[in-house]
Each structure stands twice: as structure tokens, then as C-alpha cells.
Design a protein. Structure first.
Length: 457
């Protein structure tokens, strides 16, 4: 790897780290925000949800723009918006202003990760992409590990605003470095921009996100039929059909429907949604450990450290294995590890060592599923001019899994007594991962994967 490529990776990794940290540092700040802005507890969830909503809405837009106008300008635009959102949040004197800032942050962050993944495909040969994408996955693992710790330290000395204000100088440095080092070469051609597709897709994702976040886990089925949920879910289905029709007719579509005739991409999409469903379980794990081991919430959070460390360590290791063995074998290993981890959690009684072992297995598995493997396949199966768009599609699949999983898991847990609901969740996740393992048999072997990679560039 030459010196310039190392600089580019440092810029990309820092941008991804900044975006990931801004998710993980919010949790410790919520009590301070609630007190400072006099926020009702029932609406605090929107600090997360509005970020996710606008992040989903912007993914395809920024990805397509980067495919048409080049990575550098769109990466810089995304960083600028993220910094602007951080400034709005840090200066907010009301909850409404804070939500506006979080929305701008989410919209800006939506361009950072898919563009970073696409740049990897642009500047690295196919035999090195797996390990580099694995390192990006490790950055995510590092962010979720150190984020709460950094937040805890800063909140001991400063007010909660500092958690967001610190993004601004980092973003300024990244913007300057991006101007200097990231290539400005255009990947695709201009032509008519698919604004109808962007609008219909954005509205579809926004409707789905809003509806799914209004479901009350403790009152799942009645709330599912309420005016705050059902109309928005129905609207998201209608808009999905509308998006398909619009994209089929668009001369330069934001999503090329012919990609969904590719068996590899369909399998990747299913695996990505499964990954999102599995990731949503982590929101509830601290509560599970509090109930099982009779410990404090703080101690329960620290019990996740082996899982997060396994994810951070596994990402670069498995990334290299993908380059050596191909994605099929590595994905199948990851699915077996993750399923085994969840099946261990169904053991009764579950000792702490068994819990830690389960966390390590799940962490190692997710280091593959949420890191390099799926993005590696997407890079191989799509043209260079569509790299960012297809990376954005992958982000959308994972996010849909996360949103759906959070609501379904919350409903199962709320309607069960004690830890029985968690046991059902863990068993269900294990079965789902076994199903994904079955579909992984249909992925291309190493020889066919090399051929596809050579054709895509």
C-alpha cells in the first residue's frame, strides 16, 4: 500500500469513526439532555430515531451523486452537513432544535459510509479489498467500544453539548484533507438525475421508519393497528411499489432493478436484513443480564466488552481470510459462529463464562456479516459506476433489519414473563441464522467470485 492510499484510508476511517461515535456517545448523554431541555421520557427515543430516519433517506441520494460526480466532492459535502448538524445540536436550547440538528447529522452521515466503501473499490485491487473493508468494520467496533467511555469521561468535566461540538474541528480537518488527497475523478456520467426515484424511495423509507418507531412493544398488536402506525406502514408498501415502477421507467435510475435478478445480490440482501435483525438484539442484552445476574446497568454494559472486542479483532482477521479464501466460506463460518452464540444463550441456567463465550462467538460472526463480506460481494457483482449506490442499498437493508428487529424483539420481551421472552428471541435468531446459512450455499465459490471481480473491475 503506497503512502497516498494510506492517507486516503486514514481520512475515510476517521470519517466513519466520527459517524459511528456519534451514535454510541448519545446514550450516556440522554439523562443530561432530558434534564437540561425538560424532555418527556416517552419522546427521548426520537434522538436516535430521527437520526436513523434521515440517514436512510439520504443514503441513496449521496451514493448516486458520488457515482455521477465523484467521491471527493460528495464525501466533503457529507462531512460538511454532519458538522453543521453537530453545531445545531451543540447550540440547541430546545428539544425541537436538537432534533433538527440530529436530522441534519443523520442526513450528512448517510453519505460517509457508502462513499468510503466505494472509494475502497476504486483505489484498491480486488485481492486487497476484503482486508481494507475489514478494517472499516473494525473502526465501527472500536467506536461502539470506546464511545460510551469517552462520553462518560467528557460528561464528568463538561456539559453534554461538548459531545457534539467536538465533531466540528475534526470535520474541518477531514474536509481539508479530503480536498488534498481523495481523488476527484468522476466515476460515471451525468445525464438526467432520478429525482422521482430519490423522492419515492426517501418517502418510502421515512414512512416505514416513522411507523415502525410508533409501535408500542408492551401493546404490540393494538398499536400496530393504530392511526400512528398502520397508515404509515401501508403507505410505505404503496411507495415501495411506486418506487419500483418509477425506477423501471427512469433513464438513469437511482436503483437498477436488474441487479435484483442477480442471485448473489438477493442472497446478500437477505443476509443483510438478517444481520440487522441480529444487531437489534444488542439493545436489549444489558436488560437481560441485569435480570439474570442481578447486577447494575453499568455492570451489564461492561459485560458487552468481550462481544465488541471480538468484533473489532475479527474484522481485519476475517477481512484477510476473504482475500485468501473467498467470501462464501468466510460468510458460512460467520453464520455458524453467530448461530452457535445465540443457541448458547438459550441454555438454562447460563453462567457468566457461557455468556462471555456466547458474546465472543456472536462478535466474531458479526465482524464478518456487518463488516467486509457483504460489501465485498456487492463490489464484485456491480459495475464501477454503481459502487456507491449498491453500498448504500446494503446499508438500507441492514437498517430495515435493525428497525424491524427492535420492534419485534421489544414486543416478544414485553409480552413474556421474566427471561422467557429473551429465550424465545435468542432461539428465533439462531433459527434465522441457520436459514441464512442455507442460502449461503448458493453463493459463488472462490473461482467464480474471482471471475466476477475481474469483470466488475
Amino acid at each position: 500500500m503506497n503512502k497516498n492510499n494510506r492517507r486516503i484510508l486514514a481520512i475515510l476511517f476517521t470519517g466513519v469513526l466520527m459517524g459511528a461515535l456519534d451514535i454510541s456517545i448519545v446514550g450516556p448523554a440522554i439523562p443530561s439532555i432530558e434534564e437540561a431541555l425538560s424532555v418527556e421520557p416517552r419522546v427521548l427515543g426520537w434522538i436516535f430515531s430521527i437520526y436513523v430516519l434521515f440517514n436512510l433517506a439520504g443514503v441513496s441520494l449521496f451514493a448516486k451523486l458520488s457515482d455521477i460526480y465523484g467521491r471527493r466532492s460528495i464525501y466533503i459535502l457529507s462531512l460538511g452537513l454532519f458538522a453543521a448538524g453537530s453545531l445545531i445540536v451543540s447550540l440547541s436550547g430546545s428539544f425541537e432544535a436538537l432534533l433538527v440538528g440530529r436530522a441534519v447529522q443523520g442526513f450528512g452521515a448517510s453519505g460517509i459510509f457508502p462513499v468510503a466503501s466505494a472509494v475502497v473499490g476504486d483505489i484498491f485491487p480486488r485481492e486487497k479489498r476484503g482486508r481494507v473493508l475489514g478494517l472499516i468494520g473494525a473502526v465501527f467496533g472500536l467506536a461502539f467500544l470506546v464511545g460510551p467511555i469517552i462520553a462518560g469521561i467528557l460528561l464528568n468535566y463538561f456539559k453534554w453539548h461538548v459531545l457534539f461540538l467536538i465533531n466540528i474541528p475534526v470535520a474541518i480537518v477531514l474536509i481539508w484533507a479530503s480536498f488534498k488527497y481523495i481523488p476527484s475523478k468522476r466515476i460515471g456520467s451525468g445525464g438526467l438525475f432520478d429525482w422521482k426515484g430519490i423522492l419515492s424511495l426517501g418517502l418510502m423509507l421515512a414512512s416505514f421508519t416513522y411507523g415502525i418507531n410508533q409501535i408500542e412493544p408492551e401493546n404490540f398488536f393494538p398499536s400496530l393497528l393504530s392511526v400512528n402506525v398502520l397508515p404509515f406502514l401501508v403507505l410505505s408498501v404503496i411507495l415501495l411499489v411506486t418506487t419500483v415502477i418509477v425506477e423501471a421507467r427512469a433513464p438513469n435510475p437511482i436503483i437498477k432493478l436488474n441487479y435484483f435478478r442477480n442471485k448473489q445480490i438477493i442472497i446478500v440482501g437477505f443476509t443483510a436484513i438478517t444481520t440487522g435483525l441480529v444487531q437489534s438484539t444488542f439493545v436489549f442484552l444489558p436488560d437481560f443480564t441485569v435480570g439474570v445476574y442481578d447486577i447494575t446497568s453499568s455492570e451489564a454494559s461492561f459485560m458487552l466488552v468481550p462481544l465488541v472486542l471480538a468484533t473489532a479483532i475479527g474484522s481485519p482477521v476475517f477481512g484477510r481470510l476473504i482475500d485468501m479464501l473467498g467470501s462464501k466460506i468466510v460468510i458460512m463460518i460467520a453464520l455458524v459462529l453467530t448461530a452457535a452464540g445465540f443457541f448458547l444463550l438459550t441454555t438454562q441456567p447460563i453462567g457468566k463464562m457461557l455468556y462471555y463465550t456466547s458474546g465472543i462467538l456472536v462478535g466474531l460472526g458479526l465482524s464478518v456479516l456487518s463488516g467486509s463480506s457483504l460489501r465485498y460481494i456487492m463490489l464484485n457483482e456491480t459495475a464501477a459506476t454503481d459502487r456507491a449506490v449498491t453500498q448504500g442499498m446494503l446499508t438500507i437493508f441492514i437498517s430495515i433489519g435493525q428497525l424491524t428487529g427492535a420492534s419485534l424483539i421489544g414486543a416478544v420481551i414485553s409480552n413474556a414473563r421474566g427471561t422467557a421472552g429473551y429465550q424465545d428471541v435468542f432461539l428465533g435468531q439462531g433459527i434465522l441464522l441457520v436459514a441464512a446459512f442455507g442460502t449461503a450455499f448458493l453463493l459463488k465459490n472462490r473461482k467464480r467470485e474471482r471471475a466476477a471481480s475481474a469483470n466488475s473491475g
